[in-house]
Design a protein around this ligand. Structure first.
Ligand code: PXP
Length: 243
């Protein structure tokens, strides 16, 4: 298997460090060129409704600076869809948001308000933005995502990351990726992935793109952002049978 799997680096936690002081540094957009030079195929950022890390001005700056691809993560609200219509990133990933959560804890509930979700997806696509849904790797969510008109699904890898030794967690991702691809969806994945656990996920042929954030920024504290990305890239390539 030699097909290149894209690595999109999520830079939210650069903003987390800045917001810890409500100060001016580090500046998230400064990471864009470092990530791209180190081999990132794209940049991901999540403007949360509570603005806990990335701020509105960061999104404008990142969108202007990215030369690879920009994946804007947003909740499916009118405010955020309007932002995507204005910014026009290559793709927008719709994620669930709950104020009390420390991170995105589960996939989107695609059955909660399907008509609204379908409308949001249509607005994104009409603006020329690829619409991806962050969902758990279960057959119902995957099939519904296709019916709602999504271009892609991002399979939530959190369950696998918490229990990588449990064969059921990676099996669910393998089966989910195969089903999504068979339905014509592009397949992405992410959450909780690290250099140590990425291998089995990177080896799933149908997964075209990984979105990885926390580990990259954590590792960057000790080895620098560029080396952290190169380490991850090497782990992905090794699993994919690329030299
Ligand atoms: N993909 C989505 C949709 C996410 O919400 C997140 C977390 O912000 C990630 C990927 C990246 O997860 P992590 O920071 O654990 O690598």
């Amino acid at each position: 298997m030699t097909q290149h799997q894209r690595l999109y680096v999520n830079i939210d936690h650069i903003a987390t460090v800045r917001q810890a002081r409500r100060g001016h540094e580090p500046v998230p957009v400064d990471a864009v060129s470092v990530c791209e030079r180190a081999g990132a195929d794209g940049i991901t950022a999540h403007l949360r409704e509570d603005r806990r890390h990335i701020q509105d001005a960061d999104i404008d700056a990142i969108a202007a600076a990215v030369t690879t691809a920009f994946n804007l993560e947003i909740a499916g609200t009118d405010e955020m869809i309007a932002l995507a219509e204005r910014i026009r990133p290559l793709e927008a990933t719709l994620v669930p948001e709950r104020r009390e959560e420390v991170t995105t804890e589960g996939g989107l509930d695609v059955n909660a308000s399907p008509a609204k979700l379908e409308r949001m997806i249509r607005r994104l696509r009409d603006a020329g933005v690829r619409a991806s849904l962050f969902i758990d790797a279960d057959p119902v969510s995957i099939t519904r995502s296709r019916e709602l008109g999504a271009d892609a699904v991002e399979l939530h890898t959190g369950r696998y990351a918490h229990a990588p030794a449990d064969p059921a967690t990676i099996a669910a991702l393998r089966e989910g990726a195969a089903l999504a691809r068979s339905l014509g969806l592009a397949v992405h994945a992410g959450h909780g992935l690290t250099t140590s656990n990425v291998g089995p996920v990177a080896a799933i042929a149908e997964i075209e793109e990984l979105n990885i954030g926390h580990h990259v920024i954590s590792r960057a504290i000790f080895v620098g952002l560029d080396v952290a990305i190169m380490e991850l890239r090497a782990a992905m390539d090794a699993a994919r049978g690329r030299p």
